[in-house]
Design a protein around this ligand. Sequence first.
Ligand SMILES: *Cc1c(COP(=O)(O)O)cnc(C)c1O
Length: 392
Amino acid sequence: MAKVGLREWLAIGRVIASGRLARYGGPGEGPLDRFEKAFSQQFDIRHVLTVSSGTGALISGLAASGVGPGDEVLVPAYTWIATAAAVLAVGAVPVIVDIDETLTMDPDDIERRITPRTRAILPVHMANMVCDMEAIMALARKHGLLVIEDACQAVGVTYRDRRVGTIGDIGAFSFNQFKNINIGEGGAVASQSDRFFARARMYHDVGELFRGHLDNYNEPSFFGVNFKASQIQGAMLNVQLAKLDPMLKRMRRRHQVMARILSGCDAFRLGPHNDPQNAVGLHLLFETEEEAKTFAAKHRRGVYRVFDSSRHVCTHWTPILEKRAFHPAMNPYGWAKASVDYGPDMCARSLDILKRTCRISLGENYPTALMAYLARRMAGQSSQERRLSYAS
Ligand SMILES: *Cc1c(COP(=O)(O)O)cnc(C)c1O
């Protein structure tokens, strides 16, 4: 997890002293502009728009790309409920797709769930794992679908040398307390498309009527909501962005060391990864649910069975499964061209995988030697063997 400290505190102090707290609170460049420039350079993406949350980024991105009532959007069975709720916020309905052993969307199941009503695929790079973007982009091209990447839980992570969130048509990032960039609450939308960027910016700022932007690419204004970020968030983001790549480097290093120790054990398999050379996420697969439970109970530190963090499993998205909106006349399920089935068997394969999987923390803020020691304990090495290798 990204740490916050003195440098963020000082950066916020400067913003408060300047008196310019809002994005449009004064002339010239502010911390938000500087952050967006730096992020777009570091991530090699044309446009970046900071917003108030990752959910706001997803909703702005979906609105920008024109997804709406009557559309189906494919979302994975394993993600935070915000992914599916964002689809409903623009009037479309989420269709749930199974994950595979990489803990991300299974491309074969994506193809099975595509209908004439499907408008977009919303792959989620969950828990710093990366989706099989090559297969997903090929499917999108074949069926004429948009790809909106949810990179909220994998900010900065790469897939074949490209940052996730910059590969599809639009990417969404979250900067909340639990993400790779942590400013409490915040998010960003990224796109190569001038038009999608202009539309996202309009949507996130109630139509941005009086801002005087000259780069709206002839897009007529439409009304929206307010998902604007503040300069206080911008100031923290600049400090956090500088910490991101060093942190990911530490994670990559610990992944290499721990994966080597944990591979070749009889008790479990190393979870597959869509880009193992650059992996910053680690999980173990067991034959049975019982074995995973026993392992998680035995190694509490930095180990947990994925299914036990049940809030990220689709079977717990109660308001979505029950199709309940804040107002019955504003319910996208009433506008859908075909009924969406969230029956009890809808993601049996995902549930089976999640119940047999334990995620392993890479301990990026702890010494590599300690993480290697813990990995050896997980691998079942004797205490003598562990002490010898810790000392070396
Ligand atoms: C955190 C998260 C979001 C939403 O981000 P917020 O900033 O909390 O709104 C969306 N999708 C996934 C996968 C997330 O983990």
